[in-house]
Write a protein that binds this ligand. Structure first.
Ligand SMILES: [Fe+2]
Ligand SMILES: [Fe+2]
Length: 330
């Protein structure tokens, strides 16, 4: 059987449990938090006062913070790219009887959609950012799409999502901490609850990978190896500002996140180590020779990458983005 057909078989085999996994890892629309729970209520007499409070407290947050929050929000707003990508993965079928995997993708998307929504509304009310520039970037990013090097392979895609959900957990969680430190309690709660969703999603995708390791260990190992060898590309790697070429804003956005400690190259290595531990890579049995070599490579990778991460120097000064007006930010 070809590798592709084995993957289709495995996806079909796991599909019988997807319903249970949806129940375990996703939350129904009526039970989960909604953006409005963390934003001024337009129905209330207090609406204007609440906006005033947001705008006052916002002044306590530094320039780089806004860049990161904007970049995080834009990354979340490019959700159409992620949903369409996942719908196209082998074994996911939204046409023929809508299989369990397509149901998973849709319900995951529905949850994720709240992240960009709540952050967008908050930024709009904060008065600290240039919303039009942000909107142009978001539109560019969706139009530019992405290529995360996973092809249509479910194994590689689930490695990618396991990694990314944890990366977004870290960054939203750190943003929440900075917000709380400066007295922005409501923003802190908002980012904290988003990070909780990301952690739950991370557990789900890691569980999928765990299950694949049980039935197709060598090929799952090869897929993990492939993804880590080529490095995990961030979903917003094509980020650009108005008038610029594709991808030109990503590096400075990433530098900014490193500078304020929201997401660093050390975090990248920590995530890799967490995945190795979570999937108990050292204990996987029934591997063929090639997969044994891939395992060796993976086990040694974190310490190798850590040495490189130590050497990376981040520019000290903030990079001027069109998204954030320097005149209004301390
Ligand atoms: Fe998200
Ligand atoms: Fe997520």
């Amino acid at each position: 059987m070809s590798l592709k057909n084995v993957r289709l078989e495995v996806m079909k085999f796991l599909e019988k449990d997807v319903e249970t996994l949806i129940e375990k890892y996703l939350i129904e629309p009526e039970k989960i938090w909604q953006p409005t729970d963390f934003l001024p209520n337009p129905d209330s007499d207090q609406f204007y006062n609440q906006i005033e409070e947001i705008r006052e407290l916002s002044k306590e947050l530094p320039y780089d913070f806004w860049v990161v929050l904007v970049g995080d929000m834009i990354t979340e707003e490019a959700l159409p790219t992620y949903e369409s990508w996942l719908m196209d993965v082998e074994g996911v079928d939204q046409v023929n009887g809508q299989n369990g995997w397509s149901k998973w993708v849709r319900q995951w998307t529905a949850e994720e959609n709240r992240h960009g929504d709540v952050l967008n509304k908050y930024l709009y009310l904060s008065g600290r950012v240039n919303m039009r520039e942000i909107e142009v970037t978001t539109q560019h990013l969706i139009a530019d799409g992405f290529d995360i090097g996973t092809d249509r392979d479910p194994y590689k895609n689930f490695v990618y999502t396991s990694f990314q959900e944890l990366a977004t957990y870290i960054s939203h969680n750190r943003v929440a901490k900075i917000a709380r430190k400066t007295g922005n309690k409501q923003l802190g709660k908002m980012c904290q609850i988003i990070s909780g969703d990301e952690m739950r999603h991370h557990h789900a995708y890691s569980d999928f990978v765990d299950r694949i390791f049980k039935v197709d260990p060598s090929q799952m190992m090869m897929a993990f190896h492939y993804m880590m060898k080529q490095k995990i590309t961030m979903p917003a790697h094509f980020l650009r500002e108005s008038g610029d070429k594709i991808g030109t804003a990503f590096e400075e956005f990433s530098n900014t996140a490193q500078r304020i400690g929201v997401y660093t190259s050390k975090d990248y290595v920590d995530i890799l180590q967490k995945l190795i531990d979570r999937w108990e890579i050292d204990k996987i049995t029934n591997l063929d020779d090639e997969a044994e070599k891939a395992r060796d490579y993976l086990m040694k990778l974190p310490s190798r990458m850590l040495r490189l991460a130590d050497r990376i120097k981040i520019p000290e000064n903030s990079y001027q983005f069109k998204w954030v007006n320097p005149a209004i930010v301390k």
